[in-house]
Design a protein around this ligand. Structure first.
Ligand code: ADP
Length: 489
């Protein structure tokens, strides 16, 4: 048998232990799918408190003294979770902190984020180079977002044999921008501080380092791979991305089929599948009861689970909620984020008791219950690199209402889009960035819900699509093989 591919997967978060969004889900699901497909994968992640709790007996692999000559000493520990090998970056002063991996208790960024994620990047590069203290060497170093994106810059300036590098962009909006002065602390040579390097308008951009120095770039849906090459969604880096267009590909994320399976989800009131969609009603009733919504089975329940930020377009929901409730419909929102948006949604709910419920917070169980119990799901994102919730919705027979962007455009098919889409329609799509376009699509969904046969067809079409990680893992393996082959002299 041929040598297995060896992948070092570096990530700042990993579900189920540390997760702030879709990136955490991807890190939790893609490596096991790659292992199932025959690759050797080690996952490098900081040893946060949640991982200490989960793996208190992690074994010492290596003590690393002042990597790059300047960064602080740290240790590398190893723990096993099923088939998955975790390499835990142990540097208590940087990572043994409560709360979010990125934010201090006052809600601002940790003031030493450049050093924390500089160290994570530096160690990833070290383990991918000939200077690694370990015997195991990867063929490919796979990086995730700005928090690991300095690694290709470090590798670029590392002599000798090294792994090929690929960076996956989960969201161009998060760039890791820091004052130029951090460069000296990060032990990177001054010559990288230029537009043809990691300088971005006088600052250090971790993300740009990755986009410039990595061998190849992926992002999390084919449509988003095209969108980031435009001024509208390139966040100032579209020129660089257009120059690298031939090295950019979009690979749609999968979803975790074990955690998100309506047929055996322990977090929902009543399991169901495509052949037993009537059982969904028990989940709807349970959500209504839990959230204090009126028992109105003749009124559709619209669900939202989201960060409440400008990106997610939920200000359009705040703007039109009164009209949506009058259709009539009920609305259940779970999320947190911008204080003004939280308040606008809460205010509307307060004036419509029994019709609209807003829960501010992060609640995994409630997220599952809303996906299972809602009749339709609202996800009107201004941009959406891939989006997971619309795929959870499709799997849970909860047709999503989405804007035509990024992964939403690649997964949701509107019945109005011509004859071909009639057979595959699974939700509702609108184009314009406006409250009115969102309202119109939502009203169409509510009207369609009253036609039971058409609704069942939409539900079943969505449930029939394969969003498992198996498919995405095959695409990544093809890419890794290509990268590995290109490295052989
Ligand atoms: P993003 O990564 O931009 O936040 P995604 O749709 O890709 O959006 O992924 C969001 C993930 O976070 C999903 O797994 C979703 O269920 C989860 N999530 C978001 N907000 C909440 C919340 N308030 N409570 C529970 N889960 C949430």
């Amino acid at each position: 048998m041929a040598d297995p591919l060896r992948i070092l997967f570096a990530t700042p978060e990993i579900a189920p232990w540390v997760k702030t969004g879709g990136l955490g889900d991807v890190a939790g699901a893609l490596p096991p799918a790659l292992i199932a497909a025959g690759a050797q994968v080690h996952v490098l992640v900081p040893y946060y408190p949640a991982l200490r709790t989960a793996f208190p007996d992690a074994r010492l692999l290596a003590a690393i003294d002042a990597p790059g000559g300047l960064l602080p000493a740290c240790r590398l520990l190893e723990a096993q979770s099923g088939e998955l090998t975790l390499w835990l970056l142990d540097m208590p002063a940087m990572f043994h902190r409560g709360g979010s991996p990125y934010l201090a208790p006052d809600g601002g960024d940790w003031s030493d984020n450049a050093l924390r994620f500089g160290l994570l990047s530096r160690i990833a590069a070290l383990l991918a180079s000939d200077a690694s203290p370990l015997d195991w060497r990867p063929d490919v170093l796979h990086l995730q977002d700005w928090q690991t994106a300095l690694a290709p810059a470090y590798l670029h300036f590392t002599p000798g044999p090294k792994a090929a590098s690929v960076i996956t962009v989960h969201n161009m909006a998060f760039q890791g921008l820091f004052p130029a002065a951090v460069l000296a602390d990060l032990a990177l040579p001054p010559e990288c501080f230029q537009p043809e390097g990691l300088e971005f308008w006088g600052q250090v951009s971790f993300l740009k380092a990755g986009l410039h120095y990595a061998d190849t770039i992926t992002t999390v849906s084919p449509t988003y791979a095209r969108e980031i090459q435009t001024p509208a969604l390139g966040f100032g880096m579209d020129g660089l991305l257009r120059r690298r267009a031939s090295q950019i590909s979009g690979i749609l994320n999968g979803i975790d089929y074990a955690a998100w399976n309506p047929a055996n989800d322990p977090l929902i009131a009543c399991p169901f599948d495509a052949d037993h969609l009537d059982a969904k009603a028990a989940n709807t009733a349970a959500v209504r009861a839990r959230l204090g919504l009126a028992d109105e089975p003749h009124v559709p329940l619209l669900g939202v689970v989201s960060r409440l930020t400008h990106q997610k377009g939920l200000d359009w929901l705040a703007e039109t909620a009164g009209r949506i409730l009058d259709l009539p419909a009920q609305i259940a929102v779970l999320g947190s984020g911008d204080a003004a948006l939280e308040k606008a949604l809460e205010d509307t709910a307060a004036t419509h008791p029994g019709r609209m419920a807003v829960t501010i917070g992060f609640d995994e169980a409630m997220a599952h219950q809303i996906e299972a119990g809602a009749d339709a799901f609202l996800m009107p994102s201004r941009f959406e690199p891939c989006g997971l919730n619309q795929m959870y919705s499709l799997r849970y027979g909860t047709p999503p209402v989405v804007r035509a962007t990024g992964g939403l455009a690649d997964t949701v098919v509107d019945p109005g889009n011509g004859a071909r889409s009639k057979a595959s329609a699974n939700g509702f799509v609108f184009e314009d960035e406006s409250a009115e376009a969102f309202f119109e699509a939502t009203a169409r969904a509510v009207a369609t819900w009253h036609n039971r046969n058409r609704w069942r067809r939409l539900q079943r079409n969505g449930m029939a699509r394969d969003f498992s990680w198996r498919h995405a893992a095959q695409e990544y393996l093809t890419l890794y093989r290509r990268l590995k082959a290109a490295r052989v002299p």
